[in-house]
Design a protein around this ligand. Structure first.
Ligand code: PXP
Length: 237
């Protein structure tokens, strides 16, 4: 049975729309935990467009589950992570102009830098996961770089135009999960998952955790955050 990590970035996005203190992402994290999620995910972006340094420091101290910090390999962010010491860091590619994380990390082409960052974070007892596309070459490169955990990018499946493309992308995810497990790597998945498309991914099996943000926070406007998380948990499980 897959676990559920809830990404609370978009609670902070709403707060930043007015530059004040509401809604508070820390309170949101506590509601998600009350609803039964297994971890809290937040992305400390280089431009601090939603989650900020104060949020991550508070999250680390307050949450009772696990804190999974999404981050780039930027040296300033790595330094911040080494001070905060989340339970897990998920390394993601980051471009300032993107609306959200667009593709997976190119571990193959950035092996040296990524290995260095993994070693630095692990020296602070932070578990490291690499966010990659469902491609065998990136999975093998992740293993070579020293990653014990990967997160498979499910965005292409989520954005598929029509059932044939969705089936193809789902099969790529399933193959990637199997390839990762064969190499002894823990495999998570996420991006673009929602109440309609999550069941097929959860049914793949051998996925440790699904990380979901935008659809849960969007649904919470209508259902309330606790119900939105509970409904997603029921589908994932
Ligand atoms: N996993 C990773 C690595 C991400 O970067 C994101 C987006 O921040 C998610 C999962 C969640 O994606 P979504 O908000 O589309 O559910």
């Amino acid at each position: 049975m897959a676990k559920l990590g809830v990404n609370i970035d978009h609670v902070a996005t709403l707060r930043q729309a007015r530059g004040g203190s509401e809604p508070d992402p820390i309170s949101a994290a506590l509601v998600c935990e009350k609803a039964g999620c297994d971890s809290i995910v937040a992305h400390l972006r280089e431009d601090r467009r939603h989650i900020n340094d104060s949020d991550v420091a508070k999250l680390k101290n307050i949450i009772k589950t696990r804190f999974n910090l999404e981050m780039s390999v930027n040296s300033g962010v790595v330094k911040a992570a080494m001070e905060i010491k989340p339970h897990q860091a998920t390394l993601v590619p980051e471009r300032r102009e993107e609306l959200t994380t667009e593709g997976g990390l190119d571990v193959l082409s950035n092996m040296r830098k990524i290995s260095e960052v993994i070693a630095k974070l692990e020296s602070c007892s932070i578990e490291v996961s690499l966010f990659i596309d469902p491609e065998e070459k990136q999975i093998e490169a992740s293993k070579k770089a020293g990653a014990k955990t990967i997160e498979i990018h499910t965005g292409k499946y989520a954005d598929a135009k029509g059932p044939d493309e969705a089936t193809r992308e789902l099969s790529a995810i399933s193959n990637a999960v199997k390839a990762g497990r064969r190499l002894g790597i823990t495999v998570n998945a996420g991006h673009g998952l929602n109440y309609k498309n999550v069941k097929a991914v959860a049914a793949i099996g051998e996925i440790e955790e699904l990380n979901i943000g935008h659809s849960i926070i969007s649904h919470s406007v209508f259902a309330g955050l606790e119900n939105a998380v509970k409904e997603m948990l029921a589908l994932v499980r």
